[in-house]
Design a protein around this ligand. Structure first.
Ligand SMILES: Nc1nc2c(ncn2[C@@H]2O[C@H](COP(=O)(O)OP(=O)(O)OP(=O)(O)O)[C@@H](O)[C@H]2O)c(=O)[nH]1
Ligand SMILES: [Mg+2]
Length: 329
């Protein structure tokens, strides 16, 4: 990521360029069979898709919380070496949409899956003991038209009894001819290296789509908005996180000093403003200082963060508001 795109739309919606885009061949030796392709992480909410992306990249770029529906947009993470570039696409968890924002979220998951050379269907092992036809069956049905190869990733194996694993694998493999099935713990980095080695092997021989020295081409503004949203998900309860969006409005690097970042937090109705601000501003202060610490780590420089809470009446169900916030409604 670079600070070059400070003037860009803070919430760009369509991060992935056409495949005919520029190649970045510098530094790639002749005769090396370079592999590059798109790998989509698809699954129900809360199964650990964003955690797995961060584990692969060895860096936290995609926000993670214990609450479902944390991820709302496609998040592009690039893992590059001299021999390969994996373009990981983290996606929102699959749900039945109840409002327009959720429809846009499902659109992001669908388009990532359609773009992918390999789809990683991800399940939460702790939810796989019972009848698989609901969770896994529903996923497979939704994406049955896909032609790309699919792996099944059974995540969170650190918190199940190991003897439970074999019957899960057997049941899942009866439901779909997955190319591979990998039990992993994205959190504890168990099985993830073997998974990555296998992913690289099935990528097409192709020059890299992006420069090799960047982790994402999404803007710093986008990731800062995400960090603020993560803190709102962590500290606010019930419907508040789901009614909230964060957008960076200003980004100024002061010479020799702090980077001053201003951001708006939007809520769907006035009554939620009070909750977000809290008694004597305590809630907003908590969100702000936690976000600032993470933004400083992310940008690797000191930051002054100024948050404003605004009501954007019913934004989750308004096409124009969603588009202004960078969603493809
Ligand atoms: N024990 C355990 N917890 C995990 C593992 N992977 C993820 N988690 C936890 O599961 C919760 C959800 O993780 P996320 O990575 O946000 O899940 P997600 O699939 O991206 O969720 P959405 O963005 O809501 O679709 C967090 O509390 C994670 O810490 C794992 O391997 N083991
Ligand atoms: Mg996520």
């Amino acid at each position: 990521m670079s600070a070059a795109d400070q003037n860009a739309n803070p919430q760009e919606g369509s991060p992935v360029p056409e495949r005919s885009g520029v190649s970045h061949l510098e530094g790639i030796g002749e005769g090396v069979e370079f592999r590059c392709g798109y790998v989509a992480l698809i699954g129900n909410p809360n199964v650990g898709k964003s955690t797995l992306l961060n584990t692969f990249l060895n860096r936290k770029i995609s926000i993670v919380t214990p609450k479902p529906q944390t991820t709302r947009r496609k998040v592009v993470g690039l893992l590059s070496t001299d021999n390969y570039q994996v373009v990981f696409l983290d996606t929102p968890g699959i749900i039945k949409p109840k409002y327009l924002l959720q429809q846009a979220m499902m659109g992001a998951a669908d388009s990532a899956a359609a773009d992918a050379d390999l789809v990683l269907f991800m399940m939460d092992a702790t939810r796989m003991k019972g009848d698989l036809t609901v969770d896994l069956g529903g996923l497979l049905k939704r994406f049955q038209a896909l032609h790309s190869p699919a792996y099944l990733i059974i995540n969170k194996v650190d918190i199940i009894r190991k003897p439970d694993l074999l019957p899960m694998i057997a049941a899942a493999s009866r439901m779909h001819p997955f190319k591979e099935i990998f039990p992993v713990s994205a959190l504890k980095h168990e099985g993830t290296e073997q998974l990555l080695a296998s992913i690289v092997k099935v990528l097409p021989v192709h020059p890299p789509f992006y420069p090799l020295d960047i982790v994402s081409e999404q803007s710093e503004r986008f990731f800062i908005g995400e960090i603020i949203r993560e803190k709102i998900f962590l500290y606010c309860q019930e419907e508040v996180p789901y009614s909230t969006e964060a957008a960076v409005t200003g980004f100024q690097e002061q010479e020799g000093g702090k980077t001053v970042i201003t951001a708006d937090i939007y809520v769907t109705r006035d009554s939620q403003r009070g909750i977000l601000i809290g008694k004597q501003g305590a809630m907003l202060k908590q969100i702000g200082s936690a976000a600032r610490r993470d933004i400083e780590a992310f940008l690797d420089r000191p930051v002054y963060l100024d948050l404003r809470v605004r009501t954007l009446e019913g934004w989750r169900d308004k096409k124009q508001s969603l588009e202004n916030l960078g969603y493809k409604a």
